[in-house]
Design a protein around this ligand. Structure first.
Ligand code: SF4
Length: 347
């Protein structure tokens, strides 16, 4: 890529002027969190920017909706438990027992419940959280049982337990947090990504996942880190239950019903797909990534112009998170982050 953002020693007066001009223009935008000397980009930011420039601008300004999205809350809780279960296995060298998994689920739930209890007006969210907790308690131990071979016969060997990466790409740093990387019995390297979905359409996924931004960016990262071409991604899908609370259900009754449902048809709940990505397509992605990032940089330099009309304000997970801010200038219901990517701050 062309010249780096911060002028190096020996840079020409023209390069320094250009840098100062760009830096001052971008910093005119109040509270922008990206560091122009070393702009850090994640698939989340890039995907947001590709979707809507205005949404990306609010994100860069640090705006966060206070309202927790319940789909993200569920995914977050299930992800945390999976992560802890696989770490537990690496540490102890055996399959975590059902009791150990339930303890992990409860720990993850308690953290979220404490956070919600600190907020006001969290009654409905707490109710949803309790239902999600019961569902995760039912599903996760069955997942561990179903994919027991992950732990004992090692159908996949963990190739890379470290998750957070930060890699140079021209003037940018590309960052992210991958669920893991595995090596199959035929010694191929794969990105391992876990997802929690309510609806699983394998046909659609086979046709579209090889072009998914996150999959490709993380496969790119894995290639940079290891120096070898990954074969693609293992998509590890856990289905969310379609069962709902019945009137008068207690959390444990709901948990038992979901558990029986999973036990009756575990293949419906747990699926894995190997999405191969050819070397040629990995190279094509590199080229497109370069183009996207050049355009992103030009947008930053140009003062982050962000049109409002014709944008995808209703998204696949519901209304855009910034709708009130964007349509009505309403800042109530939002807070400002201090760091751009809190999820990448290592514990
Ligand atoms: S509400 Fe629409 S225009 Fe505004 S940030 Fe969201 S997607 Fe973009």
């Amino acid at each position: 890529m062309a010249n780096d953002s911060a002028p190096s020693v020996g840079a020409s007066a023209g390069q320094r002027r250009e840098y100062l001009r760009v830096a001052s223009r971008v910093q005119e935008s109040p509270g922008i969190l990206i560091d122009l000397r070393r702009p850090e980009v994640t698939q989340g930011l890039l995907g947001t920017w590709l979707r809507c420039r205005r949404e990306a601008k609010y994100f860069l300004q640090g705006w966060n909706p206070l309202q927790i999205n319940d789909a993200f809350q569920y995914g977050d809780m299930a992800h945390q438990v999976l992560d802890r279960a696989y770490r537990w296995h690496r540490k102890h060298g055996k399959v975590p027992s059902k009791q150990a998994v339930l303890k992990m689920v409860d720990h993850s739930f308690n953290l979220r419940e404490d956070r919600l209890l600190q907020g006001t007006d969290s009654g409905k969210l707490l109710e949803i959280l309790h239902q999600q907790h019961a569902a995760v308690r039912a599903i996760l131990p069955e997942y561990i049982k179903f994919w027991k071979e992950d732990f004992d016969t090692h159908a996949y060997e963990w190739a890379r337990p470290e998750k957070v990466f930060r890699l140079r790409f021209g003037r940018f740093v590309i960052s992210g947090k991958m669920d893991g990387a595995v090596r199959s019995r035929d010694k191929l390297l794969w990105l391992f990504e876990s997802k929690n979905y309510s609806r699983i359409n394998e046909g659609e996924m086979i046709h579209t996942l090889w072009r998914d931004l996150q999959v490709n960016l993380y496969v790119w990262a894995l290639r940079k880190i290891t120096g070898e071409h990954p074969a693609g991604a293992v998509y590890n899908i856990l289905r969310k239950t379609s069962l709902t609370y019945r009137k008068g259900d207690s959390p444990s009754e709901f948990e038992d019903r979901v558990r029986e449902h999973v036990k009756a048809d575990p293949k419906h709940y747990f699926k894995r797909m190997e999405i191969t990505i050819s070397h040629k397509d990995q190279k094509l992605f590199d080229d497109e990534l370069t183009e996207h990032l050049e355009l992103f940089w030009a947008w930053l330099k140009g003062g982050m112009k962000s049109p409002r009309f014709g944008m995808p304000c209703v998204q696949k997970w519901g209304m855009c998170r910034y709708l009130n801010l964007c349509y009505y200038g309403e800042t109530r219901g939002y807070e400002k982050r201090k760091v751009l990517y809190p999820e990448l701050v290592e514990e």
